[in-house]
Design a protein around this ligand. Structure first.
Ligand code: ZN
Length: 112
């Protein structure tokens, strides 16, 4: 998925120039223009890949490393049509559902 890096930087420069980090109060941020998304953990402790998709970029405080996730759709730096195509593809991909039992894995590791 393509991101308009110039528009991303321009919008961040406008909207984040006065934003201070809540942890160290610095105001120098850097952005990684790679689109990422969060993964949903269900009540039964399963992770579903291919679920919800939020096109996020990581904005990092250059002083303390605090990371804020910013939605690129809201910043208007991705193509909305392409975003909807990705959502459609995710919903159509049946093989993308992978189940991980986090709690059981963690317990297994603790028992060693
Ligand atoms: Zn900070």
């Amino acid at each position: 998925m393509q991101i308009n890096k110039e528009k991303l930087q321009k919008n961040l420069d406008e909207k984040w120039k006065a934003v201070h980090c809540p942890y160290c109060n610095d105001h120098k941020w850097t952005v990684d223009p790679t689109i990422m998304t969060l993964v949903e953990v269900e009540e039964n402790k399963q992770i579903t890949l291919g679920g919800k998709f939020q096109p996020l970029v990581a904005v990092t405080c250059r002083c303390c490393g605090n990371v804020a996730l910013v939605n690129t759709l809201i910043l208007d730096c991705i193509d909305e049509k392409e975003y909807k195509e990705v959502i459609y593809l995710i919903r159509q991909t049946k093989t993308s559902k992978i189940i991980l039992r986090i709690y059981q894995k963690w317990k297994m590791i603790q028992n060693f």
